[in-house]
Write a protein that binds this ligand. Structure first.
Ligand code: PAF
Length: 283
């Protein structure tokens, strides 16, 4: 396993692989890897001859009052995890390698970015689309791997890939959870022990919503109410949003139909956590 810092080096290595007729998978990450990321790397290793893991805390996807400076970083630990998971190459550029001075281009998607995190984090998805487009051009993979935990991000990337005709298959991988249900996230490290216990309320409330749907409830307002009320039982939790949207265009729906995304964002203390589930309706 090798780590490279420049675009030129990645291109050179991928070119050599291509000459040998090898397929390439890309796992874009911001580092501080956990088992969720490892599940993406494993999937890529299973489906491709070579796997590139990008590790880059992308400054342009953070708003002015967000956690860019404090976002956890540990490249040595990340290298060990990628190695253990049989990734072939880490691309770990410095910000000025990705954004040289006078960088003035951005990639924006609308509609799918209007609600949920897009509404709360106005610069976020423009930053994500710009960096992911750059990574797609730099690595030119056959497949790219994203976690279902960032469900809106996944919908945004799929839309961007479709609209801009990237010849890349987007592979979604299931949410990986802690034993008590909390979705794995690099940001879980911000939680103190009391907050960590409180954070269980996210997956618990989603479970109640899912049970209600499985029993036949189709009215989104009622399901949102159940989830919100349960979240409000936890004194350390402050609800940011509870939404039910169509999983493809990320627009609100009144009734559970086709494929819906039930998504929540909740502050536990100062830490904003997200979680979700997808429900495919057969009615
Ligand atoms: O999901 C993430 O870690 C980031 O948003 C991504 C896709 C690596 C882009 O910076």
């Amino acid at each position: 396993m090798k780590l490279v810092k420049t675009i030129e080096e990645v291109r050179q290595i991928v070119k050599e692989w291509r000459k040998q007729g090898l397929t390439v998978g890309l796992v874009p990450t911001m580092g501080y890897l956990h088992e969720g990321h490892q599940s993406l790397i494993r999937k890529s290793v299973e489906q491709n001859d070579r796997t590139v893991v990008s590790i880059f805390v992308n400054p342009i996807q953070f708003g002015p009052n967000e956690d860019l400076a404090s976002y956890p970083r540990d490249i040595k630990r990340d290298m060990a995890l990628v190695d253990e998971t049989c990734g072939d190459l880490i691309f770990n550029p410095e910000p000025n390698e990705m954004y040289p001075s006078h960088f003035t281009t951005s990639v924006q998607t609308t509609e799918v970015t209007e609600l949920l995190c897009g509404a709360r984090r106005p610069v976020h998805f423009g930053g994500v689309c710009t960096v992911v487009s750059k990574l797609f051009h730099i690595v030119a993979p056959d497949r790219a791997y994203f976690g279902q935990k960032d469900a809106q991000q996944l919908a945004v990337i799929r839309r961007m890939v479709r609209d801009l005709n990237f010849d890349i298959e987007i592979v979604a991988c299931p949410i990986v959870r802690e034993a008590d249900g909390l979705a794995k996230s690099s940001r879980n490290t911000y939680l103190n022990p009391q907050e960590r216990i409180a954070a269980r309320v996210l997956s618990q409330s989603l479970k109640l919503g899912l049970e209600q749907i499985e029993k036949g409830e189709r009215d989104c307002k009622k399901i949102i109410q159940t989830i919100t009320e349960h979240l409000q039982t936890e004194p350390l939790a402050k609800v940011d949003y509870v939404e039910i949207v169509d999983n493809e265009n990320i627009q609100r729906v009144d009734r559970i139909q086709k494929e819906v995304l039930v998504a929540i964002a909740v502050y536990i203390g100062k830490t904003r956590l997200i979680d979700n589930f997808i429900y495919k309706c057969e009615d």
